[in-house]
Write a new protein. Structure first.
Length: 215
């Protein structure tokens, strides 16, 4: 026995109103709930969809909301797994060398203060870039809310702090070794930010393609 499109939409709307706001998580839950209800009706429950659904939710709503939190944790793991994969790709060492070279030339020609200002601006550009991309997908492309996409904001904010932390640790130190350490450290931080931008673009495109029917 199969549920109608109206029944499926009713389940989806109910879950969305129950704070399961991310479309990718909700789709998996809808499939799970619909399958369980169909099994109950096939087993002889003749009360009709609404009453069967109501009874099912009385028994299982708390667990579904708990599962929602687990899905969010899985989204975080997916982001970090994708980032680690990019970190060990050929792109990462190339970015690191480019940043090291650029920051060395910048420090030699303009001094550490200009280097500090320049590096502090780059993470902000990355964070704003993510926000602009998210707004474009939400408003112009009308893409629904997805767990992995929105939770990208957390690592972006964390990485935004990295270059400033490196500068704070080394602000009282002097000498060539300190400058080398500083350039290398900041280059690692900005390499991670760049890789996160790459991961973000890939995830945005992936979700746009995978859930195109929801747009």
């Amino acid at each position: 026995m199969k549920l109608s499109k109206e029944d499926i939409q009713f389940i989806d709307t109910y879950l969305e109103n129950s704070d399961v706001v991310f479309a990718d998580i909700r789709m998996e839950m809808v499939d799970h709930v619909a399958s369980d209800i169909e099994e109950r009706m096939e087993a002889g429950d003749t009360r009709g969809f609404y009453n069967v659904f109501k009874g099912y939710m009385v028994e299982n709503k708390a667990q579904l909301l708990k599962d929602n939190k687990q899905f969010l944790k899985s989204a975080d793991k997916k982001i970090w797994k994708a980032l680690v994969k990019e970190f060990f790709s050929p792109v990462a060492p190339i970015l690191f060398i480019v940043f090291c070279t650029a920051f060395y030339l910048l420090s030699q020609n303009y001094g550490i203060e200009v280097l500090k200002w320049f590096v502090s601006v780059i993470p902000l550009i990355g964070l704003l870039g993510f926000m602009v991309t998210y707004i474009i997908y939400q408003s112009i492309k009308s893409l629904k809310r997805f767990s992995v996409v929105e939770r990208l904001a957390f690592p972006f904010y964390a990485f935004y702090q990295l270059p400033n932390l490196f500068f704070n640790f080394s602000r009282k130190a002097e000498g060539t070794n300190t400058m080398i350490w500083l350039i290398a450290s900041v280059s690692i931080g900005l390499t991670l930010i760049t890789l996160l931008i790459i991961v973000s673009v890939k995830l945005f495109k992936s979700y746009e393609k995978q859930y195109k029917s929801l747009a």
